[in-house]
Design a binder for this molecule. Sequence first.
Ligand SMILES: NC(=O)c1ccc[n+]([C@@H]2O[C@H](COP(=O)([O-])OP(=O)(O)OC[C@H]3O[C@@H](n4cnc5c(N)ncnc54)[C@H](OP(=O)(O)O)[C@@H]3O)[C@@H](O)[C@H]2O)c1
Length: 299
Amino acid sequence: MATDWLITGAGGQLGSVLLRQLVRRGAAGVGTASVSGPRPEVGEAFPIDLLNRDQVVALIQKLRPRYIIHAAAVTNVNDAYRQPDAARQTNVELTQQLLELASEFGFRLVFISTDLVFGGDEAPYAETDAPSPRSVYGKTKAEAEQLVQQSGVAVALRLPLMFGVPAVDRPTTFMNQLRSLLDRRELTLFNDEFRTPIWLEDAARACIETAQGDVTGILHAGGPERLSRLQMGELAAKALGVDDPRIQAISQCEIGSPEQRPADVSLNSARYESLFRHSPGVPMSETLGEIVRQLGVGK
Ligand SMILES: NC(=O)c1ccc[n+]([C@@H]2O[C@H](COP(=O)([O-])OP(=O)(O)OC[C@H]3O[C@@H](n4cnc5c(N)ncnc54)[C@H](OP(=O)(O)O)[C@@H]3O)[C@@H](O)[C@H]2O)c1
């Protein structure tokens, strides 16, 4: 059974949307899901433990993919802080293994990285800026990026905070926030944490475009606007038709986080724009109508 595309982490928010886009395009693509996690709603996903090298090799031998988009990771910043060895094993060692397999089997590897490789004091960040991660999560991603760069055969696509409706039944911060807004529950959002957020659908498209191109090294695919978490919540409330949202603005300093949160990790995506002749994403306000439609709620 040969396939063109293999998506790791297809039971996750990005991986599930990626797999759905590929299926809708009529592309030959499958995913991996974790053994205990949810399966994507659209497309076929093989449940495997990616830390089991034999299972990974057997799957690649069977599928012979042309492209692997490696979206699986320990993605929760607090989990990575609490279990740094496990985070490193998944985010760094697994990536190294896939790079070796890319050389052996000849597939193109897109490693999904994050804006959290930056420290937050010198935004906007370009690909040429040195990483300065504050969290264990960011450090593991920066270390994996170095391996990708050294390999010379793969690309690390840095994505910002993603929002949207995943194609899998799993809780996400964004979906929980929408539920709070709809239920008129109080929602506490930072007014001093800035990102260049991207819609999940745009992020998935950027992954596919990047795979089909020939860029190596590091590439940024950020959204077109710099928004705080508070601004994102206010835009979402408006789109949902919630006139009196119970949104409480707070500062990062007001919560006791074990790791310092970066203030502004906005990405400069000029390189992407010049390579693909369009911005990786559209403004959040232009996506919310579709998000509300996908949810089947709102005014
Ligand atoms: N979310 C964001 O806003 C954001 C921003 C920038 C970059 N990123 C990056 O984008 C990628 C996708 O993020 P996401 O939010 O879609 O993540 P997610 O929803 O947490 O999905 C990650 C998936 O990886 C799976 N996984 C982890 N370890 C595994 C293992 N050993 N074997 C098999 N599967 C394993 C998880 O399994 P379970 O189903 O069991 O959990 C999960 O399905 C990640 O690389 C992340 O670092 C995310």
